[in-house]
Design a binder for this molecule. Structure first.
Ligand SMILES: NC(=O)c1ccc[n+]([C@@H]2O[C@H](COP(=O)([O-])OP(=O)(O)OC[C@H]3O[C@@H](n4cnc5c(N)ncnc54)[C@H](O)[C@@H]3O)[C@@H](O)[C@H]2O)c1
Length: 360
């Protein structure tokens, strides 16, 4: 670590850039990372009342959104910065880019600063599969995966591995308006033990699907899934409708289903739910997890997880990342904040080799 002579040795922040997070995921293995983050998310959701929660802060632009996602428990404050710009890929940039930080609540000391684009894909997939484990029909084997961009492979692996012992998706029915995206997914998942069926439309992809994951990016009121595509007992994992004016499900799809959300105040603004009246009934997922609300009621019910991404999932992902990085000795300690050895002498830190110029 490069530190100033007057720096306080107790104030170190572990910094993981994209290369460090990539190295960590490669060392642990992606499926184990998704499972590890899922476990941490589940543990966090089981402690739901202990978190200080709020809907994320979103700043909108005609081409996308920039968001800040804060949340805290007694131990850690976490935030993530994330954007969503569906037009970015045409300019050679990712649709979603993220980084975040974890700080100690007792002292406010920032302890972790990390890239989170990869971690966002991992935690989103983990959250989706966690919800499906409780909401999808047991024995679900076939998933339609509509939208085959950056998030898609992570979703596929989470649904292969996390639906329960001996359970899991074995067949993917794929559709993307960009055939190159689907071809990329097929290359990436060639050795994953999943049967990959490329389809010509969303309607075709949904035929015979037990689970439907929509993970498209388009900055408009899209209706990717319409009511005539539904079949009894389907579970829909709607990931890409996550911003005002950006949806994936036809309103009648929501009406036909029992709808589950992460954090209702945020989902009413951002989810596919934004299309529904304020009194449209939804269930927060944590209640299903703790048994205070029912999940799926029978084999024919249609369920929707209207995912938008909640700060609690990122808090969990950062707590998991911190522990793994510490164990593997990854990341670089940096002097992120000015913290003098004499905490009252911030001014004195300006005395380096030369005294600071004080003349007005
Ligand atoms: N809910 C969450 O927690 C969460 C987390 C991360 C990303 N997201 C959202 O997930 C979506 C996908 O993210 P990404 O990083 O994979 O984006 P991406 O741009 O890499 O991929 C999106 C894909 O959707 C395809 N697509 C667009 N319109 C389509 C349509 N009508 N039918 C079929 N395919 C279509 C595009 O061709 C593209 O390949 C984004 O909308 C993003 O905001 C949500």
């Amino acid at each position: 670590m490069r530190s100033s002579p007057a720096a306080n040795p107790g104030v170190h922040t572990r910094f993981l850039d994209a290369a460090a997070v990539r190295a960590l995921v490669q060392r642990i293995g992606l499926p184990a990372c998704i499972a590890g983050v899922a476990g941490q998310i589940e543990a966090h959701f089981r402690r739901w009342p202990e978190f200080d929660k709020s809907a994320r802060i979103a700043c909108h632009h005609p081409l996308g959104v920039a968001e800040l996602m804060p949340v805290a428990d007694g131990e850690h404050f976490a935030f993530k910065y994330v954007n969503g710009h569906p037009g970015n890929t045409a300019a050679g940039l990712p649709t979603v880019m993220a980084f975040g930080a974890l700080a100690e609540m007792a002292t406010g000391t920032p302890r972790l600063l990390a890239e989170m684009s990869l971690l966002t894909a991992i935690r989103t997939a983990a959250m989706s599969a966690l919800a499906a484990r409780l909401l999808a029909r047991p024995g679900s084997r076939t998933m339609a995966l509509v939208g085959n961009g950056a998030q898609a492979e992570f979703q596929a692996l989470a649904f292969r591995d996390l639906l329960g012992p001996g359970l899991g998706i074995t067949t993917l029915r794929l559709f993307d308006v960009d055939p190159a995206a689907t071809a990329k997914l097929c290359r990436n998942l060639a050795g994953a033990g999943l049967a990959l069926q490329v389809c010509a439309s969303t309607a075709e992809a949904l035929q015979g699907a037990d689970i439907v994951t929509t993970v498209t990016a388009d900055k408009r009121r899209a209706t990717i899934v319409t009511p005539e595509m539904l079949a009894p007992g389907m579970h829909l994992n709607a990931v890409g409708g996550d911003c005002p004016g950006k949806t994936e499900l036809h309103p009648e799809v929501l009406r036909a289903a029992s709808v589950f959300v992460e954090y209702e105040p945020q989902s009413r603004i951002e989810g596919d739910l934004q299309q529904m009246p304020a009194d449209f009934p939804v269930t927060e997922f944590w209640r299903v997890l703790d048994g205070s609300a029912p999940g799926r009621r029978d084999q024919t019910e249609i369920t929707v997880f209207d995912s938008v991404g909640f700060a609690l999932e990122d808090h969990a992902a950062l707590v998991w990342l911190q522990a793994q990085a510490q164990q593997l000795g990854l990341g670089t300690p940096i002097e992120l904040v000015a913290a003098p050895a004499d905490p009252k002498d911030l001014f004195g830190t300006l005395h380096g080799a030369a005294a600071p110029a004080l003349a007005a």
